[in-house]
Write a protein that binds this ligand. Structure first.
Ligand code: COI
Length: 359
């Protein structure tokens, strides 16, 4: 395994109990940093104690949001081993986001080495309770100090780690989702398929309104017609109508979710009818009214597979599967988490074991 210059913390933090973990509130002892400068490329990889960055107030990222990130998880298996889930696919998506945001790509093997080195060093932070994991947040920010609107000539890659429990307060119980036609997440030609800070910044107002109305999350519709399902912002969306599973296609406005891809692959393995096509909110609401909307769920690294119990739109709520988790949603959750925790075999080779760093 590659080794990097490492300064270990002299003040290790108290680790929270696995039971107390929420999402992203606790950070581990170390972080991985690497710099990019035009002409020199990526250089100076290093591991330091997790701590504040020092940035000039005129740093580009603080003004124009030239920033990308990804999110993946490491799981502690019943056998004690730590496994990353689909690390290559996350690294490739990270580079697609970089390209879309005019940022330099990082070689996939360097990204992978940073994952292994940091998770291996902070291995004791990988929680053990079922349903918990260590979330990895690789990020690149633009670090030029200038106020002109241009792609930066220098960047910082950092990787930070957070032990996490469920993303939603509800845990894996069904959530209430509000489809909105007053807030738009993305349009074709924009940044919708990049994992970039701006997409999340602009989701805050819709999220605030949905929470005020008693929902957990917002289901965005396409930005042009405001009628086709896009995504939920923190997860991709899937519906089962009759015997067909339908999910919006990757057409430039939604994120190419890794859990989305995994769920589609598993369902196709199981011989289910799975269609990636545009689907309107009217079709879904009508199916909700006539009972053919059997199940609805979101997929995401943070959210895993989250059942939707209620879908609201224009003042009307439809209850899905009596507000209970559907059989297919549960089967997907069980199958994906069994692979992640090493409880079942991994026919697609999605997991990779992280060697722990001792001493
Ligand atoms: C993820 O699922 O990894 C996400 O990035 C969603 C959200 C926490 C930003």
């Amino acid at each position: 395994m590659a080794s990097f210059p490492t300064t270990r913390t002299t003040t290790p933090k108290q680790k929270p109990a696995d039971d107390a973990l929420a999402f992203g509130r606790v950070l581990t002892d170390h972080m991985f940093l690497m710099d990019y400068t035009d002409g020199e490329g990526w250089h100076s990889p290093r591991i330091l104690p997790h701590g504040p960055l020092s940035l000039d107030p005129a740093t580009t990222v603080l003004h124009y949001g030239q920033a990308i990130f990804d999110g993946l998880k490491a799981f502690r298996g019943a056998d004690g081993q730590i496994r990353l889930f689909r690390a290559d696919r996350h690294a490739q998506r990270f580079n697609r986001s970089a390209k879309l945001m005019c940022m330099p790509e990082l070689p996939v093997d360097v990204i992978r080495q940073s994952f292994d080195a940091l998770v291996g060093l902070d291995a004791d932070w990988v929680p053990r309770k079922p349903g918990t994991s260590l979330y990895l947040r690789p990020t690149i920010i633009a670090t030029d100090v200038m106020l002109g609107v241009h792609p930066s000539h220098s960047y910082l890659y950092f990787l930070i780690l957070s032990p996490v429990g469920s993303y939603y307060r509800e845990g894996v119980k069904p959530v209430r989702i509000l489809a909105t036609d007053s807030h738009v997440r993305a349009v074709k030609g924009g940044t919708g398929e990049a994992k970039t800070a701006a997409n999340y910044a602009q989701s805050l107002a819709g999220q605030r309104d949905a929470e005020a109305a008693g929902y957990t999350q917002v289901l965005y519709l396409d930005g042009v017609h405001r009628k086709y399902l896009d995504e939920v912002g923190t997860m991709n969306i899937m519906v089962k109508i009759g015997d067909e599973v339908i999910t919006p296609p990757l057409a430039g406005t939604i994120l190419d979710g890794v859990t989305r891809a995994s769920a589609l692959e598993l369902m196709r393995d199981w011989g289910l009818k799975v269609t990636e096509r545009p689907i309107t909110i009217d079709e879904v609401m009508q199916a909700g009214r006539d009972g053919s909307l059997q199940e609805m769920w979101g997929t995401g690294t943070a959210a895993v597979v989250s059942p939707v119990g209620t879908l609201g739109y224009q003042g009307e709520d439809v209850t899905i599967n009596g507000g209970q988790t559907g059989a297919l949603t549960q089967k997907l959750y069980d199958a994906i988490t069994a692979i992640q925790y090493g409880r079942s075999n991994d026919p697609h080779g999605w997991t990779s074991v992280v060697p722990e760093v001792r001493g």
